[in-house]
Design a protein. Structure first.
Length: 464
């Protein structure tokens, strides 16, 4: 149902266009929709039109919109103790959420450093790793190994860890101690390989890189368990375990970036151990940590690494990194309430069950025209369109296939995330099976309409 608002939509968008710089600001060429309201899995634009939020804000709004308990917890904390310097004081939610997280993280990852989002959580992880090796008197261990198609954020350091195409290469990055392996994307594996051969191929590349750089020069490997913004790349079975074993054989620390996969996207608080069977040295998370209600990031560090520093330095060491808003009481109260609701309402069980249906519906679109690959785990998925299903030839980027499909979906009441010729989904994890059906029903029509449009324009032969 539409809603009635009194917004001056045109005026607001004119102000926005004249003065605001959105992420990936494209110098006046951007057009944004004004969102004015929300409820459950739905958002409403300034004209009152209703959309299914197919991307959970951006992999974030796990509990959906307008959750009264979240609003109340946030308001209560604002009233009682809105802020104090985390350098000098502790607050109840900061202490409580840390103790709670220690019961949810795998292994001995029981130390938590808080920041304002995923990028800063990853910055903290890398800075901690460098600091750790310096304290251990192994200062040559500096290289961070990352991968093509990775996304780890947008601070100077986090951006340098990314391997996803599409950045303007006139932006500066750290280059001297960051090295990229290839993407573990089974859809784009070398021709003629099966998945197990592909895994061997990836591990050989990893081992060769360690030999070339020297294990003594490598500090850590950073990896999303599933590469989210790179197009929901699900590595071949056993990949995460094989990487962890290789890292530990060579005393390379393993940072698992669970900014997207944490807090329910895969039906568990953390996917590293519960889905992929690994206990990394460090896990970073954000987004779903507060269900997007307020910014917060967390870097979970193993007790062993923490204790090693104390043992080596005799308690003189200081991890001299922190933010004004590290462990902000309001964010911590939101995180605590978020976890409480997730546990009480068995949101993880719901996500696991709905995730199976979500994947079935996504895969049912595989036979549609142009659809080369459908992939995902739990409540995250991607549909990749190609010019030829046989050769997997990509469409010309200028055809903007993803954006065309997105436009048609929006006309029918669904927001998804277009990326080149891919469409990405990550709805609020409270979504029901019926709502999943609504979402993919709209998607199916939009793909067929886009295929017809391309044929009409003579931009695609419509056959392969
Ligand atoms: C896997 C991953 N890591 C890190 C980030 C960066 O998080 P933020 O935008 O909160 O800094 C993102 C954001 O999408 C992400 O997907």
């Amino acid at each position: 149902m539409r809603r009635n608002f009194n917004f001056d939509v045109e005026g607001l968008l004119a102000q926005d266009k004249a003065h605001a710089m959105h992420p990936w600001h494209s110098f006046g060429r951007d057009d944004h929709t004004l969102l004015a309201d929300s409820e459950g899995i739905y958002v409403f634009d300034g004209e009152g039109n209703k959309y299914i939020d197919g991307i959970g804000g951006m992999w974030a709004v796990q509990l959906g919109y307008g959750n009264e308990e979240m609003a109340q917890a946030i308001a209560d904390q604002v009233r009682s103790m809105v802020y104090y310097s985390p350098w000098s004081m502790a607050t109840p939610p900061h202490a409580q959420v840390s103790a709670k997280l220690a019961t949810l993280t795998p292994g001995d990852l029981n130390r938590f450093f808080y920041s304002t989002g995923g990028s800063t959580a990853n910055d903290a992880a890398v800075r901690f790793v460098h600091y750790y090796w310096n304290v251990m008197e192994r200062p040559s261990k500096k290289y961070i190994i990352t991968r093509a198609d990775a996304y780890h954020g947008s601070t100077f350091l986090a951006d340098s860890l990314c391997g996803k195409p599409g950045n303007d290469n006139r932006m500066e990055r750290v280059t001297e101690w960051i090295t990229h392996l290839s993407s573990p994307n089974p859809y784009r594996k070398p021709e003629g390989m099966n998945d197990s051969e592909f895994l061997d191929h990836l591990m050989k590349e990893f081992e060769d890189r360690i030999k070339t750089l020297g294990a003594d020069n490598i500090a850590a490997f950073i990896a999303e368990p599933v590469l989210a913004s790179g197009g929901v790349v699900v590595p071949p079975e056993g990949y995460q375990k094989a990487c962890l074993e290789l890292c530990h054989k060579h005393e390379i620390l393993y940072i698992s970036d669970e900014v997207v996969t944490g807090f329910g996207r895969m039906g568990h608080f953390f996917a590293s151990e519960d889905v992929f069977g690994i206990i990394p040295d460090i896990i970073t998370s954000a987004k779903g940590f507060t269900s997007g209600y307020i910014p917060a990031g967390v870097t979970a560090i193993s007790e062993k690494l923490h204790q090693d520093i104390i043992d080596k330095s005799g308690e003189t060491a200081t991890f001299s990194m922190g933010f004004t808003y590290s462990g902000h009481p309001v964010a911590m109260a939101a995180a605590l309430k978020n976890i409480e609701i997730m546990e009480r309402d068995d949101i993880m069980g719901h996500a696991r069950k709905t995730g199976v249906h979500f994947q079935e519906r996504l895969n049912s679109l595989a036979d549609l025209p142009m659809v080369g690959d459908t992939r995902g785990v739990g409540l995250m998925g991607c549909l990749e369109c190609v010019e030829s299903k046989t050769t997997k030839k990509s469409f010309d980027e200028n055809l903007k296939i993803g954006s065309r499909i997105d436009k048609k979906c929006q006309d029918k009441g669904l927001i998804l995330r277009p990326m080149w010729s891919m469409c990405v989904f990550s709805p609020p994890i409270i979504i029901t099976e019926d709502q999943v059906d609504d979402m993919f029903g709209i998607m199916e029509t939009a793909i067929k309409d886009t295929a017809d449009e391309l044929i009409r324009e003579g931009a695609w032969n419509g056959k392969d």
